[in-house]
Design a protein around this ligand. Structure first.
Ligand code: FES
Length: 574
């Protein structure tokens, strides 16, 4: 099966060996019932699987992996499936983000340490996508992504019920007294109607779209529902394709160029994607040494229109998005803003992939001239509250709050917030600015998705649906509101956010890209002299994480994981 004109595949360092060592490498695998000719030099394809019942969004992945294997075998490859740490967004405490970098280490070392020539990444729930891409990037073998796909549209009493977004809306109604607890409980069984990830344009759908826009998957990967037969066909075709990619030596670094990241940033604007993509793409680029900065998000993507009418920015859900043409239709619509020469994993350019992409529903995917929002993307704010930057998603914010000056109502931690937000005596109105501290990478630790703080019931009852909120936290991609996130440096690292006090005034100017605390430098210096950082973890992963995590504007990777180590391992197994 091998081509003698090319160097042997990496797996030959294992399976091509003679003597005792070769016996070891092959013999135990033959215990799986594998015939000898599978070890004859054909490409060995690792299928990196994040299946777990504790990650229900990825619960179709055993089946998905079987379809990948069919394709690998058909193309003359040798598939070997392996598990890696799986992060279920809704189950993992205190936040799945605390373990994104840990999972990426698992992925990286699992790939490098094993006889693998090419990799298929099975990913779905929010953190499973960036952790797999980050880990694989640090090895840089030929790699293809297969997302698990969104679940079918939620439906409660004849109305669409979007993952996350619907929960946020309904829980606010319960707190306002307009929805009963029984109705709320009934809706629990009506949202995730099938296997698959969140079916809003939340972080999972955003990251699946990023995978496709980056060129790391076959076209249509982002939107095919998890249980649609076409999802399994895509897995099958990806299995075939990765074998060819190994033969072509089409490595991740040849696909994930700066042009690819620029395309992804622009695609994120066009889909109204999650703010979490900012942190994840910065971290992935860091693994490959691709120059990408927080400011690139604003410069490349913030003036582009949002075309996709999906919750939380719009009306529809991922199932309708797929039927309307999915991401290829969106990319074709914004093609004048993309680098169409960017290479993708199918060996064709992005431009070739989307040239004929049809759109079947202009209500779901708007034309460029009639966007859902004229200027979307991510705005990067700076000022004395975030000298290294903070982000806001204007398409999910209230237009009347994009320029606002208000009195700060300050919460020192998420526990402080929960203890006081429902207190009728809380001194707050709709002109105030809610400030939440100590929820960043170090402070939480793990940078929790709590930046979209629920509003006080007394405001909800008066029909107030949004006020300005500022924090060093992240926000679920399914959430919405005038929410400033990722303030850097974070409070726990001594950022000025830590120094905000009740009654200070804060100015938000999104068009002017400004976030300013109206307190003079001398007073800030006095407050800083009295400030001390919150207690840090003393052992285990949490300690390693806090000791080494970078700030949000750099992608919140661990400092010693930035970059890669390639695929080489000189020593045999002993
Ligand atoms: Fe898994 Fe949303 S909770 S994709």
């Amino acid at each position: 099966m091998s081509d003698s004109s090319k160097p042997p595949f990496r797996s030959r360092r294992w399976f091509g060996r003679e003597g005792k060592q070769g016996f070891y490498y092959r013999s135990w695998l033959k215990g799986l019932g594998l015939p000898h000719d599978l070890f004859d030099g054909r490409p060995v394809i690792g299928i990196c699987n994040t299946w777990s019942e504790l990650t229900p969004c990825n619960s179709s992945f055993r089946e998905l992996a079987e379809h990948v294997k069919r394709g690998v075998y058909e193309a003359g490859g040798f598939p070997l499936e392996f598990p890696v740490m799986s992060l279920g967004e809704t189950q993992v405490r205190p936040t799945a983000m605390l373990f994104r970098n840990l999972a990426s280490m698992d992925v990286e070392e699992s790939i490098r340490a094993n006889p693998i020539d090419g990799v298929v990444l099975l990913m779905g729930c929010d953190k499973t996508t960036p952790s797999l891409l980050m880990g694989a990037a640090s090895v840089d073998l030929p790699t293809i992504g297969v997302s698990g796909g969104p679940s079918l549209s939620g439906n409660w009493r004849g109305r669409p019920l979007g993952s996350g977004t619907g929960v946020i809306e309904m829980s606010e109604m319960v707190r306002a007294g307009t929805l009963s607890q029984d109705e709320f409980t009934e809706a629990e069984a009506c949202m995730q109607r099938s296997k698959g990830s969140c079916m809003t344009m939340g972080t999972a759908s955003t990251m699946a779209s990023m995978v496709e826009a980056l060129g790391m998957s076959l076209p249509e990967n982002a939107a095919i529902p998890a249980v649609d037969s076409r999802r399994f066909r895509l897995a099958h075709l990806s299995g075939r394709r990765i074998v060819e990619m190994v033969r072509e030596d089409l490595r991740m670094s040849k696909v994930l160029t700066r042009a690819a990241f620029a395309n992804a940033i622009r695609a994120n604007a066009a889909i109204g994607g999650s703010t979490n993509a900012v942190i994840h793409l910065l971290a992935i680029a860091g693994r490959l040494g691709v120059p990408l900065s927080l400011d690139d998000w604003d410069e490349l993507g913030s003036r582009l229109p949002c075309l996709v009418n999906l919750k939380p920015s719009g009306e529809y859900l991922m199932e309708e998005f797929f039927y309307a043409g999915g991401l290829p239709a969106v990319l074709r619509e914004v093609s004048q803003h993309l680098d169409l020469d960017a290479m993708t994993v199918n060996g064709r350019t992005l431009g070739e992939n989307i040239a004929e992409a049809p759109c079947w529903n202009r209500e779901v995917i708007r034309p460029l001239q009639q966007p859902l929002r004229a200027e979307a993307g991510i705005a990067v704010l700076r000022g004395n509250l975030a000298p290294d930057g903070a982000v806001i998603k204007p398409s999910a914010a209230s237009p009347h709050l994009l320029r606002h000056r208000g009195r700060a109502v300050v919460f020192e931690s998420i526990e402080d917030f929960k203890a006081r937000i429902d207190d009728e005596a809380l001194d707050i109105d709709e002109t105030c600015v809610m400030v939440l501290k100590n929820c960043g990478p170090r402070g939480y630790p793990g940078m929790a998705e709590v930046g979209n703080m629920p509003l006080p019931p007394k405001l909800l009852r008066r029909g107030v649906t949004d006020i300005v909120r500022i924090s060093d936290a992240r926000m679920s991609g399914t959430a919405y509101g005038t929410v400033v996130l990722h303030a850097s440096p974070e409070a726990a690292a001594g950022g000025n956010l830590a120094l905000v006090r009740e009654g200070d005034f804060i100015e938000l100017d999104v068009p002017g890209r400004r976030l300013h605390l109206d307190v003079d430098d001398a007073e800030l210096a006095r407050r800083r002299a009295q400030w001390s950082p919150p207690p840090a973890p003393v052992r285990g992963w949490a300690k390693l994480y806090v000791d080494h995590v970078q700030q949000a504007h750099l992608g919140a990777d661990l400092d010693f994981l930035v970059g890669g180590s390639g695929d080489g391992v000189d020593r045999d197994s002993h």
